[in-house]
Design a protein around this ligand. Structure first.
Ligand code: NAD
Length: 341
């Protein structure tokens, strides 16, 4: 156990399978002696007029104050006309970059053994600006906003990430041949930043070709940076390369040093409340949070415990072809790993 002063972090267990997998994280962190006090916040049943969302002002203030947090999935009812909780968080907290590492897990066989990708998604604008309206009956319009400021910011983050994590290549993913102004500006900003990093190879790949290349040979890529919608889609594609949404973590990076880690997947209503969810994605998101806090020793301990449990193959949840429950898999991480002792 560590004697470090505890750090307060915000925890959003979230909806659907969220509370089940959040419980798993809390148990593993406690057993590993991680010096974190969780400040738990739940999605409200009513809209908070201060945020115009089911997320309360107090929840947002908690992340602003603590500057670090872990978030479970939050459900967004389709077409119900209120602000998406995830969009509210990203906008209000200015979480401008979503970093999603995607790597092959040793011992869990998929088509490729050598996936090691980082997707970096612009998180605040693009097609997700929330500006949609009906022009006339039968015609609707959605605005895609790309700004120089947000594009430079995410490109800078991607190149800095590549440099500080020993990565060699940054690929900007786009459709500038069709969306010449919006994606064109995004690419222009990436090129500007690339010039400051001559040691990093820079390339531009059209999104459709990128999908084909990723599926054929993911080793062609290293760090990928892209506007919001493409990032949403490509990161799920990458999750599929290594075994699915139950395995892939992410971390949202904000301007004032805020880091809010979250699993890539949603609330999985089809398996919610059944003790079937795979907690790995949220656990690995927690590991990203620990690395952000420079609690590297605990991060590595927990990371190895998860990887070893999956590699051993005895306890796996249904999404990985096993029959373990969420609680059994969590227990296996705790008891099948002597590293916590
Ligand atoms: P989903 O990710 O919830 O589920 C897709 C499929 O993956 C389902 O079959 C589900 O059972 C499976 N799955 C997902 N996570 C899993 C896990 N940890 N273990 C085992 N299986 C898992 O996507 P969806 O069904 O499109 O979305 C459901 C809800 O989640 C929607 O309201 C959506 O808006 C929301 N959502 C939230 C986030 C977020 O909070 N960041 C992300 C995506 C979707």
């Amino acid at each position: 156990c560590s004697s470090t002063t505890p750090i307060t972090a915000t925890m959003f267990p979230g909806d659907g399978i969220g509370p089940e997998i959040a419980e798993s994280v809390k148990q593993v962190f406690t057993t590993a002696g991680v010096p974190i006090n969780w400040e738990e916040h739940y999605v409200s049943a009513e809209i908070d007029p201060r945020t115009q969302s089911f997320l309360t002002w107090e929840s947002l203030e908690s992340v602003r104050r603590n500057k670090v947090g872990l978030k479970g999935p939050m459900a967004t009812p389709i077409g119900k006309g209120h602000r998406s909780l995830n969009l509210t968080l990203r906008k209000e907290l200015n979480l401008y970059a979503n970093v999603r590492p995607c790597y092959s897990l040793p011992g869990y066989k998929t088509r490729y053994d050598d996936v090691n990708l980082i997707t970096i998604r612009e998180n605040t604008e693009g097609e997700y600006s929330g500006l949609e309206h009906q022009v006339v009956r039968g015609v609707v319009e959605s605005l895609k906003i790309i700004t120089r400021q947000a594009s430079l910011r995410v490109a800078e983050y991607a190149f800095h990430y590549a440099k500080t994590h020993g990565r060699e290549r940054v690929s900007a993913i786009h459709k500038a041949n069709i969306m010449q102004k919006t994606d064109g500006l995004f690419l222009k900003c990436c090129r500007e930043v690339a010039e400051k990093y001559p040691e990093i190879t820079y390339e531009e790949v059209v999104i459709d070709n990128c999908c084909m290349m990723l599926v054929k040979n993911p080793a062609l890529f290293d760090v990928l940076v892209m506007p919001n919608l493409y990032g949403d889609i490509i990161s799920d594609l990458c999750a599929g390369l290594v075994g699915g949404l139950g395995l892939t973590p992410s971390c949202n990076i904000g301007e004032d040093g805020v880091a809010l880690a979250e699993a890539v997947h949603g609330s999985a209503p089809d398996i919610a409340g059944k003790n079937l969810a795979n907690p790995t994605a949220l656990l690995l998101s927690g590991v990203m949070m620990l690395r952000h806090l420079k609690l590297n020793e605990q991060a590595e301990q927990i990371h190895s415990a998860i990887i070893n449990t999956i590699a051993e193959g005895k306890y796996r949840t249904a999404d990985l072809g096993g029959s373990s429950t969420t609680t059994d898999f969590t227990k296996a991480i705790l008891t099948h790993s002597s590293i916590f002792l």
